[in-house]
Design a binder for this molecule. Sequence first.
Ligand SMILES: Nc1ncnc2c1ncn2[C@@H]1O[C@H](COP(=O)(O)OP(=O)(O)OP(=O)(O)O)[C@@H](O)[C@H]1O
Ligand SMILES: [Mg+2]
Length: 379
Amino acid sequence: MNPFHYGSIVTDKDFCGRTEAVKQIQQHMDGGQNVAVYGERRVGKTSLIFEAIRRKRSHRALRLDLMNIKSIDTLCRKFISALGEMEQHAGFLEKFIRSIPALRPTVTIDPLTGMPTFGVDAAVALSASNLQQIIGLVKSAYQRKRLVVVIDEFQSVLDLENSQEVLAELRAQIQHAPEVPFFFAGSIRHQMESIFTSHDSPFFKSAIPMSIDPLTYDEFAPFLTERFEAGQRKVSAEYLEKIFSLSGGITGDVQQFCEAIWYVSEPGEEISQQHIASAIDILISREKLSFQSALAKVTASQMRVLNALAVLGGKAPTSREFLAFAGSRNASSIKKALESMDKQKLVYHTEAGWKIMNPVFRLYLHLTMEPRATGLGKD
Ligand SMILES: Nc1ncnc2c1ncn2[C@@H]1O[C@H](COP(=O)(O)OP(=O)(O)OP(=O)(O)O)[C@@H](O)[C@H]1O
Ligand SMILES: [Mg+2]
């Protein structure tokens, strides 16, 4: 079986390193502290939080993922169904129904698992004012057995029409539950910062910030090497470094690359340039259709900026070299193209500059570009 995992959270034996961060999170859990976990995409924020909770065994996790939520109604429903999922307990069921009669709570039995699923009548529109009842339920679940509320992709709240009202009400209710630790994770740094560090945000200074970086090469490399070796594959430091570089050093992307390398190699082999090339082919073939449809939507000038980003990186997109590569005369048009592609989720901005969202897309761009020297694999 392929020992490399990507795309979902990793725990236990699949979780590498981060001893200090795990300890910090556990201390915050004990102290009932709220924590805001920031970090780039796919660095391992969610895995870190859940591994810290799992190892400690003292708290349950009430997990909500706010990715793509469109309304406060959905947010409330997510809370309620997460509560139901966590609290498969007859006493809670009764309390649940009694505490929110106006919302016409529903309990259905999942035909597959036989487990009750909690919800609220679809005809009822939930609003920020229902957060009081919901956090009340969270508190009573906490009293029965300790828990941590984990709200993932928290910055998505900003996409709600009445986001400030929702944030203000959520913050007020959370303050009424000081014993319950709330962990907020998010991958769009400037949005998370605007929630937790802007003076006029209801969440200003309401959580301890924790910034998560990708696993370093030194921490990750022995773990990966061991996995290759357990499957009788040898990988030299030179090739592991190459894998890191092609994946931009992002933890999840490194695992994705290793998964492909494993897929194209056989026991007894030593990983070589040939394996790297085949892995790139495999990775691209898996996503080619979505790349093609993404490219069909970009303009010619955005395309040139994308290619410049793929080749030169995005540390200095207004440098003379970048402008020349992108065939652009001014920095503002580059900025406009980047912002527009940010909205399309093709690129994103980090402290280290602009990046292409998906490292495989970057490799695809290299391969489809005009055959001028792209430097692929040299960095
Ligand atoms: N500690 C770790 N050890 C090994 N691999 C890890 C670790 N943390 C993360 N990964 C890798 O990164 C991938 C993404 O992890 P996770 O979903 O926790 O990241 P995330 O930062 O929450 O991502 P997203 O931005 O998509 O929410 C995992 O599937 C796994 O391949
Ligand atoms: Mg996550």
